[in-house]
Design a protein around this ligand. Structure first.
Ligand code: SF4
Ligand code: FES
Length: 321
């Protein structure tokens, strides 16, 4: 029997019943698969996130049962609540796909194409977005923004040229750590992530800004240039930790732990943030209880070679041929 307190929304022809107040993006995540719009700034566990990047734009073709008029403009799915009877097009809308190309072009105006040397390559959401929605040419002819790389702490390097100003790291620091130490300074095309007075980010949980950054703007200095992520073997592991749950992922090369991160879901989001001790100071494998290989749910270069997908039945295995 249908729950009367739920409301029905249809996205790309797939219907789901959700609680009132749910956003279109969260409703799509309840359906899963292709109907889920990409999101570069929204992060479900960070209050206030979303509404900055416009990658999640969708077309509302029917407003609701009571008022079926379509919405004239594309809307950000991360900050638009569903209405009962609403119909939404994501991948099935040419307008959305065209707009997303424009968003990628805009995000790439200042973002360097330095994937071959960037530590985020393979797990970069912008790289995936550009691969799926981008165009090969930019129409922008003016000077790009340039910044020097900055050490913003013992463990974190900021490449401001790669930043897409999604604000996730700012919300993470504000909501997870005790002090507000950095933010977005200035406005418009002068806006930048900074600590205002040259200062270090040092806080037990500040390393999480690296995990929430969708691009390679904030990188782990203990891992930089050590390996491409797809050459490492991610293992679920935990340790007894006084500060956090200790549930982490060890990125191994042989028996060596090259980096430690929190566990991310298929949308690249961390549900249990980890402390700096686990992330930066526990690279000795004997400090961990290994649970087993991590299943990488996110569809990206990062999941290549980890054999988490079933082989289609019609595929002939080479060693059987
Ligand atoms: S540094 Fe990364 S997380 Fe912070 S605003 Fe820039 S892109 Fe977002
Ligand atoms: S994810 Fe919706 S605007 Fe960025």
């Amino acid at each position: 029997m249908a729950d009367e307190n739920k409301i029905k929304v249809t996205i790309d022809g797939k219907s789901v019943e959700v609680d009132p107040g749910t956003t279109i993006l969260d409703a799509a995540r309840q359906v899963g698969g292709d109907v889920v719009p990409p999101a570069m700034c929204y992060y479900s566990s960070l209050e206030g996130s979303g509404g900055k990047c416009r990658t999640c734009l969708v077309q509302v073709t029917k407003g609701s049962e009571r008022d079926p008029r379509p919405m004239p403009k594309l809307v950000p799915s991360c900050s638009t609540a569903v209405m009962d009877g609403m119909e939404v097009s994501n991948k099935t809308s040419d307008r959305v796909l065209e707009a997303r190309k424009g968003v990628v072009e805009l995000l790439l105006i200042n973002h360097p194409l330095d994937c071959p040397v960037c530590d985020q390559a393979g797990e970069c959401h912008l790289q995936d977005l550009a691969f799926e929605h981008g165009v090969s040419q930019s129409r922008y002819d003016f000077k790009r923004r340039e910044f020097d790389k900055v050490d913003i702490g013992e463990y974190i390097k900021l490449h401001m040229t790669r930043c897409i100003l999604c604000y996730r790291c700012v919300y993470t620091a504000n909501q997870l750590t005790e002090n507000r130490e950095h933010g977005v300074l200035k406005r418009g095309d002068a806006a930048e992530i900074g600590t205002f007075i040259e200062k270090n980010l040092k806080n037990d949980f500040i390393g999480n800004v690296i995990d929430v950054c969708p691009v390679g703007a904030l990188t782990d200095k203990t891992f930089r240039f050590r390996s491409r992520v797809w050459y490492t073997k991610p293992m679920d592991a935990h340790r007894n930790c006084e500060k956090c749950s200790g549930k982490s992922v060890l990125w191994m090369v042989g028996d060596e732990v090259t980096r430690v991160t929190a566990r991310k879901d298929e949308y690249g989001e961390v549900k249990e943030f980890i402390c700096n001790d686990c992330r930066f100071d526990s690279k000795d494998v004997s400090k961990w209880t290994i649970e087993g290989p991590r299943k990488i749910k996110r569809h990206s270069v990062i999941s290549a070679n980890h054999y988490s997908k079933e082989i289609p039945k019609h595929t002939t295995l080479l060693n059987k041929a």
